[in-house]
Design a protein around this ligand. Structure first.
Ligand SMILES: Cc1cc2nc3c(=O)[nH]c(=O)nc-3n(C[C@H](O)[C@H](O)[C@H](O)COP(=O)(O)O)c2cc1C
Ligand code: SF4
Ligand code: SF4
Ligand code: SF4
Ligand code: FES
Length: 629
């Protein structure tokens, strides 16, 4: 590839890439184009081998000149992968396996007949859906941060330029740094990494800080359990994040940017490396970019998996080679950050929105959303919901739309109990809040928070005390130990929660929980400690009756807490097959009597004093004769 050194060369090259991609997507080149999801989820279900098989079968059938085969980033609907999409018809096949390749090629590629059995079926409706955009999961989504993900080959800069890569940068370079900051301020973009701080204001502080050297840092640590938004963006369109970082660099006067990405994301890291190398080769990273005099280069640092290293000052310590512990703020990184130089730290998704803002204009970005939360937000939707995956929704979408329209509702006819947003710093919202719009301030007001985008749906089988305990265990493990309110306080909270779930809790424990939560919140050094008690507070507020049932009745209403429940055999339903006894690892199920005929086993019984509550008996009983009490 020749270096692109001027805006005219850029314009010409960018236009040819756009035309080429459009020809491909709209079939103007008289070819079919097969794309396979190359996100971590689908790759772990063999999508790479399936892609090779497509190439092989096309070759065997003499169809290689009729169709191309490529990988793209995550489609978002990871629970239905591996995905195969065929352009220009936009046919989407899901859960494709090696054995299906030949049929797709023979039926669809050779004869134009859709393979019906591989189409997505709407839950509860039984309708088969051919095109991606017609699936309910996608209908209410809008791709801004995920722009290009699932459409382009993330390892091909030409495809990224086909969806507009570097156009935002080109426009930014034609403006003054102050105008760029003003544009970001006007867009209303708030940080997507958890805090929701206005990106433009952060940039303004860094712009105004004196320094011979400044830095932009992209936070790709993503330590929240269940979160994979940033990973998917980096895997699906790494150049968008690089471009966002460059625009930030131009705005504040930085010429170097650091990506801090967790080492457990090897595919994202590899694609980022490829994207940086390709951008350098194209002259879009390096010296005198597009003849503007602006110099910028990117570097990657790997995080070693500590949740606290996602906290911006701990992250800076980690990049500097120090132990990843938070620094007191102020001074804020915008004044004294990496190697004591003015630095902005922005989340992957925040930076991925920036090229859109500069390319399309602040007003277009701000068209979507609520008054104080503009744009879209990516969520990793998981838990007890039919459609599990990555979704990007306009701010202001209600929790009900997220769970029922996009998420397809709760599986197995179970009842919704709560949605947990914000990960370990967030909270659980019950049914009464289903019609609340999702935005930064509203979620905080209701006792949860947006966080970085984890959204876990819970049904009647979830115990809310157990949920609070799960997050507190995580926080205790991840507290860096620098300050005592967090180090000791979270441990004491966990001890109390353990007592309650073991049936040893007292009503006074609830007061102590509230007291400890308040102390940790106000006295901890960083937001890990300051928000650590949120899951406890929100469950105490909305599900206090469950805490009381554990303490007073010694019962876990959801039958989750092992020490408060028992497995029971219903004698009327038991046909005496003996499967439960055969599978019981504790040997605590025994035969009790015979039928009057004397040959058929009538019933079995569990000795609950020996039972280890493994649940194997229940899952092995084909007659639903075993239940939890
Ligand atoms: C314990 C802890 C972990 C965090 N982890 C992340 C993370 O993985 N990614 C992230 O972008 N922000 C994380 N944050 C928030 C960062 O400190 C910081 O606010 C953010 O990177 C700023 O970017 P933004 O303004 O674009 O959101 C974390 C904060 C805390 C307290
Ligand atoms: S609040 Fe917790 S994680 Fe943060 S500095 Fe203190 S001990 Fe470390
Ligand atoms: S598996 Fe079910 S039906 Fe069979 S003996 Fe056990 S409880 Fe009875
Ligand atoms: S729960 Fe496990 S240990 Fe208890 S009776 Fe059933 S199989 Fe045996
Ligand atoms: S990884 Fe394939 S759809 Fe997400």
């Amino acid at each position: 590839m020749n270096k692109i050194t001027t805006t005219e060369e850029f314009e010409k090259y960018s236009q040819s890439c756009c035309a080429c991609l459009e020809d491909k997507l709209q079939g103007k080149d008289d070819k079919r184009h097969i794309v396979l999801c190359g996100g971590t989820g689908c790759l772990s279900s063999d999508s790479k081998a399936i892609m090779e098989r497509f190439k092989q079968v096309l070759e065997e059938k003499g169809l290689s000149d009729k169709a191309t085969v490529n990988q793209v980033g995550c489609f978002g609907f990871c629970s239905q992968g591996p995905f195969v999409k065929i352009y220009p018809e936009d046919t989407l096949y899901r859960m494709v396996h090696m054995e299906d390749v030949e049929e797709i090629v023979e039926s669809d590629i050779a004869n134009g007949t859709v393979v019906e059995r591989l189409l997505y079926v709407e839950p509860g409706k039984g309708e088969k859906v051919v095109k991606q955009d017609e699936i309910n999961f996608y209908k209410k989504q809008r791709r801004v941060a995920l722009h290009g993900c699932g459409t382009i080959d993330p390892e091909n800069i030409d495809e990224a330029m086909g969806v507009g890569a570097f156009k935002g940068l080109k426009r930014a370079l034609s403006m003054s740094p102050k105008e760029v900051v003003d544009e970001v301020l006007e867009s209303g973009l708030r940080g997507r990494g958890g805090g929701g701080f206005p990106a433009g204001r952060k940039w303004m502080f860094a712009q105004g800080s004196a320094g011979d050297e400044k830095y932009v840092v992209c936070n790709g640590d993503e330590g929240d359990p269940g979160a994979f938004m940033d990973r998917s963006i980096l895997e699906g369109n790494p150049l968008a994040v690089i471009e966002g970082m460059m625009i930030a660099g131009y705005a504040i006067g930085a010429s170097n940017g650091y990506f801090y990405v967790r080492a457990e994301y090897p595919i994202a890291v590899n694609r980022l490396k490829i994207a940086i190398a390709q951008a350098r080769e194209a002259g879009l990273l390096g010296e005198n970019i597009l003849g503007s005099g602006f110099n910028f280069d990117c570097h990657i640092r790997l995080g070693a998996g500590a949740f606290v290293c996602g906290e911006e000052t701990a992250l800076l310590n980690s990049i500097e080679g120090k132990r990843g512990m938070p620094r007191p703020r102020p001074p804020f990184p915008a004044v004294k950050g990496l190697w004591d130089k003015p630095t902005i730290v922005n989340n992957v998704e925040t930076l991925a929105c920036v090229p859109y803002i500069l390319r399309e204009g602040a007003a277009k970005f701000a068209e979507v959303g609520t008054e104080k939360s503009k744009g879209t937000k990516v969520f990793a939707l998981g838990g007890k919901v039919n459609n599990v995956g990555l979704v990007e929704i306009p701010m202001g979408t209600t929790l009900r739309d997220l769970i029922y329209d996009i998420g397809g509702g709760i599986p197995n006819g179970k009842k919704f109990k709560a949605i947990q947003t914000g990960g370990p710093s967030g909270g659980c919202l019950p049914t009464e809040y289903l019609d609340e719009p999702i935005d930064f301030d509203n979620l905080v007001q209701k006792g949860s928070m947006m966080g970085s985008g984890g959204a876990i749906v819970m049904d009647e089988d979830n115990c809310m005390v157990d949920v609070a305990k799960f997050y507190m265990e995580f926080i205790c493990d991840e507290s860096c130990g620098k300050c005592s309110p967090c180090r000791i306080g979270t441990k004491r909270i966990l001890e109390i929660l353990n007592r309650i779930t073991d049936g040893q809790g007292t009503m006074e424990d609830l007061d102590t929980l509230e007291e400890l939560s308040a102390t940790i919140k106000t006295n901890s050094l960083c937001a890990l400690g300051q928000t650590a008690a949120n899951p406890v507070n929100s469950t105490l507020k909305h599900f206090r009756d469950e805490y009381i049932a554990h303490i007073v009745d010694k019962k876990c209403p959801a039958h989750v807490c092992k020490n408060l429940m028992q497995y029971k055999i219903d004698k009327d339903k038991c046909i005496g097959c003996g499967m439960c006894a055969k599978n019981c690892p504790a040997g605590c199920i025994s035969r009790t009597d015979y039928t009057p005929e004397g040959h058929k086993l009538a019933s079995f019984e569990i000795d609950s004093t020996k039972c280890v509550k493994c649940g194997l008996c229940m899952s092995n009983c084909k007659f639903s004769a075993i239940s939890k009490e």
